[in-house]
Write a protein that binds this ligand. Structure first.
Ligand code: SF4
Ligand code: SF4
Length: 66
């Protein structure tokens, strides 16, 4: 199973900030509700988690730099 950010819908205020920073198009707003599309193009940058003002997005993966 491909690791993707997790979203707690009830915390989302529909601001769209995460959609704006995501470079792979994985995040979409549908009628002001955030949705995530599983894609191998997610490069786990964690920008969506960092920009979300309500803590609705959690990136469950760890970035390991060797
Ligand atoms: S981790 Fe980065 S690429 Fe993946 S969904 Fe979030 S903003 Fe998009
Ligand atoms: S940044 Fe957070 S609150 Fe705003 S649309 Fe994305 S998940 Fe929802």
């Amino acid at each position: 199973m491909l690791d993707m950010p997790r979203i707690e819908i009830e915390k989302c205020n529909g601001c769209g900030l995460c959609v704006g920073v995501c470079r792979c198009g994985a995040l979409v707003l549908i009628e002001s509700v955030i949705s995530i599309i599983t894609t191998y193009e997610c490069h786990w940058c964690t920008d969506c988690e960092l920009i979300c003002p309500t803590g609705a997005i959690t990136c469950p993966f760890e970035i390991v730099i060797e």
